[in-house]
Every structure is written in C-alpha cells, then in structure tokens.
Design a binder for this molecule. Structure first.
Ligand SMILES: [Zn+2]
Length: 230
C-alpha cells in the first residue's frame, strides 16, 4: 500500500506540474499573438492616423505577378504562392480576388494590379503600393540587404508580410495600424509612440511580432472601408 500511495503522490505532483506549465504557457507572447491574429476585440482597431481608409481600387481584385528581376533565391513558385496566400487572406474582406503569373514580356490583363520587382517603384523599400498605377513594387535591394545581414533568416516570412501589407493598401486599408500584430501595423511612429499588444505587453525583443497574413482586425477594417461599396 505504501508503495502505491507514493506512486499516486508522484502522479499528483506530475499533474500539478503540468497544470502549472500550461498556465505559464498561456501567458507567453506566442499565445497572445495567436489570439490577436484570430480575433479583433472592441477598441482594437486603432491606427496611427497617418492616412484615411477608402474603398479598394477595384472589385473584383485581379493581381498579375511578374517574376522579372526577382532575387535569385526566390523562385517564381515561391513568390506566386505568397501573392496567392495574401490574396486569399484579404478576400475574406468580401471582395473576389484572382492571381495570375505573367511570363517574361507578357502583357498584364486589363484592370489588373501588377506585382513586380522594381528598385524604382519600391524606392529601396521592401515594398511599396502605388494606388494610381495599381502596382505593388517589391524591392530587390532591400531583400538583398536582409539576405546579406542575416543569411540564416528565412526571408520568405518577410516576403509574405510585405506582400500582405502592400496588398492591404490596395484593398483600402490605408492608415497604418497601431496594433503590433496586424499586417498593416507600424511598430512605432519615430516620435516615441509604440504599437500595442493585448494586455499591455511590450514587443518581445528580437522577434517579428507582426502577422505575415491579414489578421481579424485587418479584415474588419477592410470590411468597414468597403462597406459603402458592397
Ligand atoms: Zn504601408
């Protein structure tokens, strides 16, 4: 009997330890981040007020990707898949989306939004959305710099984030979000202001907190921006 009760006590302690571990886990930034991506709570759609949301540049949204001038370590299928993933994410805003690949020298179908690699168009940023030209320009030199400085980092994450972010502007989400996790966020305003995390936590150092795809709040803002049109 003594042996059995000792065994039972050990199990009990193990359960307690497991319980403690799970409580601890629920407070990690990964878990809060996942919750923030999945749901948008009241009062969380705060922006930096650096622009004004507006309806999408087109409906339906047709994206045409050209791989010309892409960095050598990104193959066409990888970038095209990232454009498709971003488009799929933003389509839950309620606007139909399609994506095609344009082969070298091919013409962009009328009414399409071009996704291209261009130093001029991106102005040396990772990406830039031009509403007038209906173009998303990705920056070869910015990705080159990232690769040079941090070769072990998977730059496909950055690629996905940049495409999702710029696509959001074309969907009408113009102002940058103050919620760190949103793909349309800015972490700070360079005047001492910082983005916010649910529960008041600070940005965990050395990690990319921003989502690579549109979050629940990104989509909610997109729906609000396009509400009058649909
Ligand atoms: Zn932006």
């Amino acid at each position: 009997m003594a042996h059995l009760s000792k065994y039972a006590a050990t199990i009990f302690l193990a359960v307690l330890a497991a319980g403690a571990a799970s409580v601890c886990f629920s407070a990690t930034w990964e878990d809060i981040r996942a919750q923030e991506i999945a749901q948008c709570q009241q009062g969380e759609m705060e922006t930096w007020h650096d622009s004004v949301d507006r309806p999408a540049v087109a409906s339906p949204m047709k994206f045409a990707y050209s791989h010309t001038l892409a960095p050598s370590w990104f193959d066409e299928a990888t970038v095209l898949a990232a454009v498709q993933q971003a488009a799929k994410g933003w389509s839950t805003c309620g606007i139909p989306v399609s994506v095609v690949a344009i082969q070298g020298g091919g013409t962009v179908p009328p009414g399409s939004i071009s996704v291209v690699w261009s130093e001029l168009g991106s102005r040396h940023n990772f990406g830039l959305a031009n509403m007038g030209d209906r173009t998303i320009s990705l920056g070869p030199s910015a990705f080159q710099l990232l690769q040079t400085r941090n070769p072990s980092y998977d730059s496909r994450q950055t690629l996905q984030m940049v495409i999702s972010h710029e696509m959001g502007h074309l969907f009408g989400v113009m102002a940058h979000s103050k919620r760190c996790v949103d793909v349309t966020s800015y972490y700070d305003d360079s005047k001492g202001g910082h983005c916010s995390i649910r529960g008041g936590a600070s940005l965990p150092p050395g990690v990319e907190y921003r989502s690579v795809l549109p979050t629940a709040c990104d989509i909610q803002r997109c729906r609000a921006a396009n509400a009058a049109e649909h």
